[in-house]
Ligand binder design. Structure first.
Ligand SMILES: NC(=O)c1ccc[n+]([C@@H]2O[C@H](COP(=O)([O-])OP(=O)(O)OC[C@H]3O[C@@H](n4cnc5c(N)ncnc54)[C@H](OP(=O)(O)O)[C@@H]3O)[C@@H](O)[C@H]2O)c1
Length: 337
């Protein structure tokens, strides 16, 4: 008999959610799709930094889930049964299933994805929301070109790693900032950045400056104040800065980050706030560009996968602490049942 399981919130998490805040429990198998809905088998769950804030009611005005509720979140899944003419059994979709093995969801929120040059789970990372975020920041906001020196932090992650690779494919010099030797190795040896600096090592500011020559023309920020305060004085005049994420501040109840206002004025810098939701209708454009890059080895995909739904709470805690390498996912079931 097929059984269903889900991950629920045991208690309201403190600043930094922990694996012990969640429990994996049996739950009813959905009887089938609702009208206009889909019955799905989850293949992989996406572990994203925003989820930590969402659990505390700090993401885009969405309420915090109550104790006992299923963990929210996106997954790539196989359609087992469809009650919608646009989908059929065997299709793959990305949608919000929450953390479970089987889910009945409305078809309206589901996006069909195709297997191709990379594992289907790539649609949660490079070919999904994080990749689209990178593409939007690099090509639509900063409009990176061959004369640019492009700097990005959290450079080993799905957003940062993709952003640097896009910049490099557009002819720019890509310089990463990442925490630790394993991450800097991934960034230069697998992602192919021109350089990457470990900000946890002594003298990283000097090495960053040296790696950027006359200075960065574009900075893509994923982390927060520590890096911003270092990079801003190095920027060239008329630099463009994309503010994408503030991972360093999501789980702190301290004061919000302070932007270096003096250098922003002095450098005549242009600051772009990025919200990926503005670009969702252009996801196919990004996928059409990225898929041949992946096939040609010009865009590397690196996943940090844990195995089985029961591993989700620990994998989530690792991801929130930045201990993962690449795009963090949980493999719940095989690509084909
Ligand atoms: N604006 C948007 O629409 C949008 C959309 C998607 C994602 N984002 C943001 O983009 C950023 C990157 O996302 P991602 O999915 O690719 O995540 P990720 O880079 O895989 O993970 C976040 C990284 O932030 C770094 N970090 C530094 N200080 C940290 C701290 N105190 N706690 C946790 N992490 C810390 C860690 O890398 P190091 O060890 O290398 O420092 C960590 O691996 C995040 O800030 C995310 O919220 C924004």
């Amino acid at each position: 008999m097929i059984t269903n399981r889900q991950v629920v919130l045991k208690r309201a998490p403190a600043a930094m959610p922990k694996a012990a805040d969640f429990e994996v429990v049996a739950c009813p198998m959905p009887e089938g799709p609702a009208p206009e809905g889909l019955l799905l088998r989850v293949i992989a769950l996406s572990m994203d930094p925003y989820l930590g804030g969402r659990l505390r009611g700090r993401h885009m005005g969405e309420p915090a889930p109550a104790p006992g509720a299923r963990l929210p979140g996106f997954a790539v899944a196989e359609v087992l049964e469809s009650a919608h003419p646009g989908f059929r059994a065997g299709d793959y979709v990305v949608t919000e299933t929450g953390w479970c093995r089987f889910a009945a969801v409305p078809a309206a929120g589901a996006r069909k994805v195709l297997p191709g040059a990379a594992p289907i789970s790539t649609h949660l990372g490079v070919l999904g929301m994080p990749g689209l975020t990178a593409w939007a920041g690099v090509t639509q906001l900063a409009k990176v070109g061959p004369d640019d020196v492009f700097v990005v932090d959290a450079a080993a992650g799905a957003v940062g790693g993709t952003a640097g690779q896009i910049a490099r494919n557009l002819g720019a010099r890509a310089v990463g900032i990442a925490g630790g030797a394993a991450k800097t190795h991934l960034v230069t040896e697998i992602y192919g950045f021109d350089a990457c600096v470990d900000y946890r090592s002594e003298g990283w500011q000097t090495r960053l400056k040296a790696a950027c020559g006359a200075g960065p023309t574009v900075h893509f920020e994923n982390v927060g104040e520590t890096v911003l305060q270092t990079v801003f004085p190095m920027l060239r005049n008329y630099a463009r800065v994309v503010l994408c994420g503030l991972a360093e501040h999501y789980h702190s109840d301290g004061a919000p980050p302070v932007l270096p206002v003096g250098p922003i004025v002095g450098k005549r810098a242009a600051i772009f706030g990025l919200v990926v939701y503005d670009f969702y209708e252009r996801l196919n454009e990004w996928v059409a560009l990225a898929t041949p890059w992946i096939a040609a080895g010009r865009l590397a995909v690196h996943e940090d996968a844990s195995e089985g739904l029961d591993s989700a709470p620990a994998q989530f805690e690792r991801m929130l602490k930045g201990q993962h390498l690449g795009k963090a996912i949980v493999r719940v079931g095989p690509e084909r049942a």
